[in-house]
Design a protein around this ligand. Sequence first.
Ligand code: ADP
Length: 483
Amino acid sequence: MIDLNEQDLFNIFSSSPVGLCILDAQTLICRMVNDSFLEVAGKSRDAIIGQYYWDSFAEVADVYQPALANVVKTGEAFVASEAELNLIRNGREETVFVSFKYIPVKDPSGQVKSIAVWVYEKTAEVQSRLLIAEAEKTLRNLIMQAPVAVIVFRGADMRIAAVNSFMLQLLGKTAEIEGQQLLDAIPELTGQEPEALLHKVFETGQPEFGMNIPVMMNRDGETKTGYFNFSYTALIEEGRIVGVIDMAVEVTAQVIAHQEVQQRKDDFISIASHELKTPITSLKASLQLMDRMKNQPDSPMLPKLIEQGVRSMDKISELVDALLNASQRNGAQPELNKSTFTISRLLDECCSHVRADGVYHLVFEGDAELQVTADEHRIDQVVINFVNNAVKYASEAKTIYLIAEDLGDRVRIGVRDDGPGIPADQQEHLFERYYRSDHNSQSRSGLGLGLFISAEIVRRHGGEIGVDSTIGKGSTFWFTLPA
Ligand code: ADP
């Protein structure tokens, strides 16, 4: 038996950190109250001691007066856990959270003679819990509404705690994967870089970033490589790593476009080298033969070799010019050197090399007197290009038509062949840089620059360029110049 007197018990009561108030069960008048109770109540001792309880707490009487009455009547305790009360504390209304109990104190006959009201303030606890819940909700909304794909993993077993619709779309999955483990949800990641990196971030807490990372993905029933930029960041709670946040952006289209550009460049370089190799080899052969004859200046071979060397050199300059022209497109371009000339004369003179060979028949059609003001040398280049293409790509047809037409405000110059024609879907691309249509150009050498350069020249003159062609019926390449 512990030896405590009344004074001891009173001291314990007074200094208790739990609020306590003793009421007379019949009158509900407060007989005793400790400081902790007054603190929670936010009222002075005089406002409570010796007062009818519901006078002191009129602001909550509505709700709890029946409960207290019931305790008196039945002798059974009443417990409220974290009840939200609008209390008037120190003269001001405040919303607080309080846990309290009405405990009946009975006399030996079982009659309820007093009520002990125990109170503990819970406001700070409840509010911090609400704040955390609020923060979690905000975080979740942030993830769900983020304009990039986000997925959050929790725990060392990489359980999916949240995943937004962008990520589901990117993964080709449905919301069912939420709550599943990484490799159950996305088995195709097994052994791939993202899987290893997620675990690494979880272990080290150091973020990981990736650019253009290839990942084999299973989407729409197909396994294909996708490319992604991503960031993996440790999810840290109270100083501990509890998961990983994965944000990703798909860049497959950009990576493929880049690869294609790279491929075209590589193709072009190999075509260009190949094209240059032929005349260079021939020039080298001429020079080697000439070298052997340097002591026989009278040899009848010499003029032939010189001529052959000059032709090879011309071909090389022509190719180099074409390459320079194409690469200068965005740089400074030489001024147009305009003069007025008769178109039929230009058409007559420009293709002497074809006439001299005697294989092709060049026929002029249209207005022989028509004149135009333009850079004659450049227009010549365009026409030669058309005619050379007709020889190259329509070699079976032996007649090439050169046409000059007066369209009033413009003149139109055309080169027509009776060759195989060009498929409609390829026609619009013919004037693009490095474009070579695949239906007939594979067997012929070329850089795919002739028409591109022609289009540039015509555009600089303020004219238009185009082709009319039907499969099996030949092609007419034409351009217009302002009159
Ligand atoms: P290249 O002759 O070096 O390939 P061009 O720009 O001069 O480059 O021509 C582009 C493509 O247009 C050629 O690869 C060829 O397929 C097509 N082409 C040009 N002229 C004709 C033509 N008269 N008939 C059929 N195809 C042609």
